[in-house]
Design a protein around this ligand. Structure first.
Ligand SMILES: [Zn+2]
Length: 292
């Protein structure tokens, strides 16, 4: 844990629960790709860079989820480095309270003030500004978050954030977090056709060929859609449907899981409604979801 792994000529990552990627721009200057899931990770990242004689020129966030931006504030306070992200994820980095509020769908109970949801604020710049290293290519791969990006380095290494989950994570969590299902499916199609030499993801082992993982994740999304459509043959309230999905995927309910999985299920419901596969019935002041 927290070992520096060399992935290519100029790319590294720090092996941790939420990987910190490193792009070595010069012998003594690096950009971090995401900043780890807590201050401990940020401290270790700073120490590793110091040992290597690398100055941190900036942090590039693939997206603004707390486990990817938590180290931003700690590292920025100590180095004064720039932080770059997409326009859409920037408010979440500068005002991180937005993240748990938008996942929960209202003001949050104390249990949601957890490092998994709520990071510390840091100052960010857009990847479109002139300070962003021009040799890096960035691509919109949103859907998992509002503005997730892929970063491709000159040595053809693709940092793709949370574009896919591993087989183990899918088995364990059943329904992994997504915001915009339609956009995410388009992003999976896009990344499937990116011809990078290696793909570095935050919570999945690095691979040379990402296509099997893309197929696995896409099939899982279609499976979840099918399960929702079968369950909703009988009109169901959101809470009843969520309960049935928790039983189906053997999940344990808590306020955090209700928020996280519930938020994702609401996104699935919107997707299926927009695709004309689900409808809303209002009965006795209840909203019921019903398969068309
Ligand atoms: Zn994420």
């Amino acid at each position: 844990m927290y070992e520096l792994i060399k992935a290519s000529e100029n790319c590294y990552y720090i092996d941790s629960p939420s990987k910190v990627g490193i792009y070595k721009q010069s012998d003594n200057g690096v950009y971090l790709i995401d900043s780890g899931s807590d201050n401990n990770s940020a401290k270790k990242t700073l120490r590793i860079c110091e040992e290597q004689g690398w100055g941190i020129k900036g942090i590039i966030n693939t997206h603004a989820h707390a486990d990817h931006i938590y180290g931003n504030a700690y590292i920025q306070q100590r180095t004064g480095c720039d932080i770059f992200c997409s326009e859409l994820d920037r408010p979440f980095i500068e005002y991180p309270i937005i993240n748990p509020l938008h996942i929960y769908g209202g003001y949050i109970p104390k249990e949601m003030e957890h490092k998994f949801f709520l990071a510390k604020p840091s100052k960010a710049k857009s990847i479109n500004c002139s300070d962003f290293p021009s040799e890096l290519r960035t691509y919109d791969i949103s859907g998992h978050s509002l503005g997730m990006i892929a970063i491709i380095t000159p040595d053809n290494t693709a940092f793709v954030g949370d574009i896919v989950s591993s087989e183990e994570i899918i088995k364990k969590y059943g329904i992994t977090y997504l915001l915009d299902i339609k956009k995410h499916l388009e992003s999976l199609d896009f990344v499937e056709n990116v011809s990078a030499d290696r793909f570095i993801m935050s919570h999945v082992e690095t691979v040379d060929d990402i296509r099997p993982l893309i197929r696995l994740n896409r099939e899982k999304i279609f499976e979840i859609c099918d399960v929702i459509l079968v369950l909703s043959k009988e009109p169901l309230t959101f809470e009843s449907l969520l309960q049935k999905l928790f039983y189906h995927y053997d999940l344990r309910m808590s306020i955090r899981q209700h928020s996280l999985v519930g938020s994702t299920v609401r996104s699935y419901l919107s997707y299926l409604k927009n695709e004309g596969k689900l409808d809303i019935v209002i009965d006795d002041n209840l909203i019921l979801w019903k398969t068309v």
